[in-house]
Design a binder for this molecule. Structure first.
Ligand code: PGA
Length: 247
């Protein structure tokens, strides 16, 4: 695992933008796996800036988002679909027919999950998968469990995740209880995984993921086995890593 230590959230976001922009410059028709949450917000601002100033081109790219809440319509202000459009897609030249989310409104979740996997495979698989990490080391909505989920599936969110995400809603009661998420296997098939972590509340999850036992109780720990992972941490999130050195 390549670890990039940075001082601040801003620097972490800049480094992440360089990695993703580099991918698009080398392979303009890249298939990107994208993530929501607070962590990638400034990374997306950097990508928009690169698009507007130096012409970073998304015209041939395809994206698959990691997850979506069950029961929220696409245009719901809290949907991940809306988040991605507001933070990235509305500001770059990504083709609308190459933007994919698992459909949280699907009547048949199992069928939707299969279709999502098929769409990813038909696109040639994911070249670069962006990930945040939960305080419980979840990736996507793959919560600590007895086994690693292989493919896209419907998940019941843990209480800790509902509490963590309540900040985006008016109350915890409004946070959907279920989501559709890529599985650990889906994520693991990406050719390059870029994991971002910022803030002291992620430090233990980062340490356990990078240096702890590989177990589905720490979902991100499986990334230790992946041949190409870049972890970008700010000072606080990387503070408990034993290999920590100055950037
Ligand atoms: P955050 O979420 O970026 O909002 O901290 C990350 C996650 O829960 O995966």
């Amino acid at each position: 695992m390549r670890i990039i230590y940075t001082d601040t959230y801003q620097k972490m976001s800049e480094e992440a933008a360089k990695v993703i922009a580099g991918q698009l410059w080398v392979k303009p028709d890249s298939v990107l796996g994208l993530a929501t949450g607070s962590t990638p917000v400034e990374l997306y601002q950097n990508l928009v800036w690169l698009h507007k100033t130096v012409g970073l081109d998304f015209a041939q790219a395809t994206s698959f988002n990691l997850d979506e809440y069950v029961g929220l319509a696409e245009d719901d202000p809290q949907s991940y679909h809306r988040f991605m459009h507001e933070n990235l897609f509305n500001h770059v030249n990504m083709r609308r027919d190459r933007i994919f989310f698992p459909n949280g409104m699907a009547a048949d979740a199992a069928r939707e999950a299969e279709d999502y996997e098929a769409r990813i495979a038909a696109a040639g698989g994911i070249d670069m998968q962006l990930l945040g990490i939960g305080r419980n080391a979840h990736i996507g909505f793959n919560e600590p469990d007895d086994a690693f989920a292989r493919t896209t599936h419907k998940v019941a969110l843990k209480e800790s995740t509902i509490e963590a995400n309540a900040r985006f809603f008016s109350s915890a009661a409004e946070v959907p209880r279920e989501a559709m998420s890529m599985g650990i296997g889906t994520i693991f098939r990406a050719r390059h995984i870029v994991l971002l972590a910022s803030g002291a509340e992620k430090a233990e999850a980062v340490r356990d993921a990078v240096e702890g036992t590989i177990t589905p109780r720490v979902p991100a720990s499986i990334l230790q086995l992946h041949p190409c992972v870049t972890l970008i941490v700010d000072h606080a999130a990387g503070a408990l890593l034993s290999g920590k050195s100055e950037p």
